[in-house]
Design a protein. Structure first.
Length: 386
């Protein structure tokens, strides 16, 4: 900037005349402004980001408000503000805004992020960029403003009917309400999330200095273990959404549910009930990604010793392979109660191999229920009428 001032001044001195001096005096205000801008601190601006909540469901719209304040009245020709988002949200252009603040000390603007994708998303910082009218001087700074939101998978409110396996007749639905026989206490155990308040044994809790609940005899086991296939597949988001729908329906029914999946490593959630279990499983589903290294059949084989035989085993997959059919048939022969949900695209029909596998599994008491994107109710209707 000093060089440019020196050049225009030298030109005016040696050339003389109205034009040369007019050029010098016309350029001088821009040069002086640029020099002051060079020593101006962009970090004088304070940035506050306001969001309505930190938890969303996929496909929802998020509203964000950015407020910028400063103490001085230094004139700013232009100010470009951009909220730095995680890579999964970088396609959103509403987070960038251009202002001509001049002497303003406060600026506010709002933007929306539509159709939020499932996952954990981070707002890292807010970028501020300013410059002079001629573009000779530019300043930029990143104001730290880290926040994180969690976007849970979409789910539908459905009514779950528990399976009841008759090994010689196939699988039907149980008409018995999921509950424990609270008239028959068989022991005591430590309190677990999801236990009812009325089950607490206050006398035993006082003696042991720990919350103890009554253990009741169950009329019938309705514990369910979901095994989710994490294979890379274009239908993976539908698979996650249906798994969330299934978890929600099972827990609302009053049953207990666990989850087994494999991403980079095995993730296992023991069978439990209650709102805390739903939040825990939904948080996992919000961040889970496809691309596992082992097949679903291998995962089941590796974890067979840990599977509870009195729990219903529900497999959620988008690929009904021969190996999976063989492994499911083997578990069925060991008196495991098994059901398979096969994820398909909208209006996509079963292939010839899948129909053959379905017939073969049905003869062993294992139901294969197709699940189409956008038509989850059909899967639950099929269970009720099975």
């Amino acid at each position: 900037m000093f060089v440019l001032i020196g050049i225009t001044f030298s030109y005016a001195m040696f050339q003389g005349g109205f034009v040369s001096w007019f050029l010098f005096y016309s350029f001088l205000p821009f040069a002086v402004y640029g020099l002051f801008l060079a020593i101006y601190s962009v970090k004088e601006w304070k940035v506050v980001r306001r969001i309505e909540k930190h938890e969303y469901n996929a496909k929802e719209t998020m509203k964000v408000e950015i407020e910028l304040t400063r103490n001085s009245y230094f004139p700013i020709f232009y100010l470009l503000v951009e909220d730095a988002l995680s890579l999964s949200l970088t396609e959103e252009i509403g987070s960038k805004k251009l202002f001509l603040p001049a002497f303003k000390r406060q600026i506010k603007y709002k933007y929306e992020l539509k159709d939020l994708p499932r996952g954990e998303h981070i707002f890292y910082h807010t970028n501020l960029k300013m410059g002079d009218p001629l573009g000779l001087m530019e300043k930029e700074a990143a104001i730290a403003n880290i926040e994180k939101i969690i976007v849970y998978p979409t789910y539908e409110e459905r009514i779950y009917k528990p399976f009841q396996n008759h090994f010689d007749q196939g699988m039907t639905t149980s008409k018995e309400r999921v509950q424990r026989d609270t008239t028959m206490a068989v022991g005591l155990r430590e309190y677990q999330p999801g236990d009812r308040f009325s089950w607490i044994n206050w006398k035993a809790s006082a003696k042991r200095n720990n919350m103890m609940t009554k253990e009741f005899e169950q009329r019938q086991s309705h514990d369910i273990l979901l095994v989710m296939d994490s294979e890379e597949n274009p239908r993976f988001e539908t698979l996650v959404s249906f798994t969330a729908t299934l978890i929600r329906a099972i827990l609302k029914k009053g049953a207990q549910v666990g989850l087994l999946s494999f991403e980079k490593e095995k993730t296992f959630f023991p069978i439990r009930g209650g709102e805390s279990q739903q939040r825990l499983l939904f948080y996992h589903l919000a961040s889970v990604k496809s691309g596992r290294k082992i097949s679903l059949a291998q995962l089941i084989e590796n974890e067979t010793p840990a599977l509870e035989q009195n729990a219903t085993l529900l497999l959620v997959t988008a690929n009904l392979s021969k190996e999976l059919v063989e492994k499911a048939s083997f578990l069925s022969s060991k008196k495991f109660n098994i059901g398979i949900y096969l994820i398909k695209d909208s209006n996509e029909k079963l292939t010839m191999n899948e129909r053959n596998f379905r017939v073969s599994l049905s003869s062993r008491g294992i139901r294969v229920i197709p699940v189409s994107n956008g038509r989850f109710q059909d899967a639950f209707s099929e269970v009720r009428t099975g």
